[in-house]
Design a protein around this ligand. Structure first.
Ligand code: UTP
Length: 408
């Protein structure tokens, strides 16, 4: 792309300020900026004009869950079915690790965070150890696909190499990068990271399947025989991955997806609630819960929207291929965005200063017809690390690890 073409593209989106420093740049920097302009999808910046506009929602109705008592009654059978699928290598695990982890505030990728007290225990190590439990039980490795982003790819790969993949069979691990989206100020103007780079951030975890496909990593999964993908977040250090009982229950249910859920502590707990929307499985984020939804009760007198998702879903690969071109909604998220100010200085803001644009994996569930909500005990399986202290923090996760006999 040349200067004129770049200017034309930027003008379409009201972003010509991106070229303000062009004359000062070296030839190499000019080329870098022009390439970035060429590759960036600026169409998302329009959402900044109506950040809380949201999507129009359908009719929300409750969706129960397969609760622990029922799971326990059928555990032996579900595990048998799950282990058979794992041994046939039909199950792949996808770690969504492209996020910036801004709330945790470390400069390194979140997976490198050390939660140990008496010895180093890295978040990635905890995840691999959990997955190894299944590998040992099944007697075969589980293919592991790790999504990173431009911002953390090199460090994540180097860390895994340095730690010798924490003993995992490296032949079974593949990395792929997600896409980036521009970040804007409250007026919808793209921030600059430097005179020759637009500030971008990972475009949310919703594009994982498309990125997996475009990178060729999906072909590798299919060569191995993978038919189902268990996606999971990097930050839950008690995450059970490719859990045979969950796999078996989902396969036996005939549903297109399975979602691990926990019973909410209170109806307004800050987790997305799994429900039906116009008869299809869907997730209502905690901030979208209306007073009526919060107060609704089921026939047993329990809150009707009682199950929260923990970002652990099982998807059938074939179904995702069918819906891969469906447009997912774009969420406008207020975040702290490092940028270059008018004086050319790099600023790392302490408070949110603009918007990022994200597509979310939860919205994939809505594209499919059926979902099995599968209850797990939060004390056993849900220790997310979002913050340094307080709720969902390193502190709370350490407590939960200790309760589960994990030495830190
Ligand atoms: P979060 O919603 O916690 O976002 O991600 P985050 O970017 O990691 O953290 P904050 O909000 O800046 O503090 C939930 C999961 O989705 C992944 C994260 O790595 C985490 O596993 N994720 C998030 C991606 O893979 N890509 C993204 O663009 C965003």
């Amino acid at each position: 792309m040349n200067f004129e073409e770049a200017k034309k593209k930027l003008a379409e989106y009201g972003q010509t300020h991106v070229l303000n420093y062009f004359d000062e740049l070296t030839q190499e920097q000019k080329e870098e900026l022009l390439t970035q302009i060429d590759e960036t999808d600026f169409s998302v910046v329009r959402y900044a004009a109506n950040p809380h506009g949201g999507q129009k929602r359908g009719k929300i109705t409750p969706l129960g869950a397969m609760e622990i008592a029922e799971i326990e009654k059928n555990r032996a059978h579900f595990e048998k079915v799950g282990l058979e699928a794992l041994r046939a290598q039909k199950i792949g695990a996808v770690l969504l690790a492209g996020g910036m982890g801004t709330r945790l505030g470390s400069d390194d990728p979140k997976c490198m965070y050390n939660i140990g007290i008496t010895k180093p225990v890295y978040i990635m190590q905890r995840l691999i150890e959990n997955l190894m439990d299944v590998v040992n039980e099944a007697g075969v490795p589980v293919p592991l696909f790790i999504m990173t982003s431009d911002k953390n790819h090199d460090k994540t790969v180097a860390f895994m190499e340095k730690m010798d993949y924490f003993g995992y069979d490296r032949e079974m691990v593949r990395f792929f990068k997600q896409d980036m989206a521009p970040a804007v100020d409250y007026n919808g103007k793209v921030y600059m990271e430097s005179k020759y780079r637009i500030a971008t951030s990972p475009n949310g975890n919703g594009g994982w399947f498309l990125s997996m496909m475009n990178s060729g990593v999906l072909d590798r999964a299919k060569e191995l025989g993978v038919e189902w993908l268990d996606i999971f977040a990097v930050d839950n250090v008690l995450q059970r991955i490719a859990d045979p009982c969950f796999v078996g229950a989902t396969l036996e249910s005939g549903c297109a997806t399975g979602a691990k859920v926990v019973k909410k502590v209170t109806p307004d707990e800050k987790v997305g609630a799994l429900c039906l929307e116009d008869g299809k499985p869907s997730i209502v984020e905690y901030y979208d819960m209306t007073p009526e939804l919060l107060e609704a009760k089921d026939e047993k007198g329990d809150p009707a929207y009682n199950f929260g998702v923990i970002l652990n879903y099982l998807f059938r690969e074939k179904d995702l291929e069918r819906i891969v071109n469906d447009e997912l909604p774009v969420h406008v998220v207020e975040k702290k965005i490092p940028y270059m100010n008018a004086q050319g200085e790099a600023v790392k803001p302490g408070e949110p200063n603009g918007y990022k644009f994200e597509q979310l994996a939860v919205d994939l569930v809505r594209e499919l017809d059926t979902c099995l909500p599968y209850e797990v005990l939060r004390e056993r399986e849900f220790a997310p690390i979002k913050n340094k202290t307080g709720v969902d923090s390193v502190e709370s996760a350490r407590e939960l690890c200790k309760k589960n006999g994990i030495e830190l």
